[in-house]
Design a protein. Structure first.
Length: 120
């Protein structure tokens, strides 16, 4: 049985990324609860959310537009994680695996965009 977006590797990997981001940010300073913590989590949640929403649209062009938004959220997320590292909220050994996940999801999303564009 197909679940649409849930069958997409891009969505599955981005859900894994969200989980990693929540674990990464759970020990951020309390004063960042409504600052960087929420921004990082929102950027992460935006990725699979936009993949799901885009897949629910009827055209490849619409889907590609939402995938590009996901890719933008990934760039935003990477920047915010790097800011957290600079502020010493994240140790380099914890930043690198998250950044690697971000890059992996970005490559998969880019590949999906290319695939959809070739179909049109």
């Amino acid at each position: 049985m197909s679940h649409g977006y849930q069958d997409l590797v891009a969505w599955q990997k981005s859900m894994d990324l969200v989980e990693s981001v929540y674990h990464l940010t759970e020990n951020f300073p309390k004063q960042e609860t409504y600052g960087l913590t929420i921004q990082i989590r929102r950027a992460a949640v935006s990725v699979p959310s936009n993949i799901a929403e885009g897949q629910a649209h009827y055209t490849n062009a619409d889907f590609c537009r939402f995938l590009r938004i996901s890719r933008g959220s990934l760039a935003e997320l990477e920047t915010q994680v790097l800011i957290a590292e600079r502020l010493k909220y994240v140790a380099p050994e914890h930043e690198k695996p998250i950044t690697a996940q971000i890059h992996e999801v970005s490559r998969i999303v880019s590949g999906l965009i290319n695939s959809l564009q070739e179909r049109d």
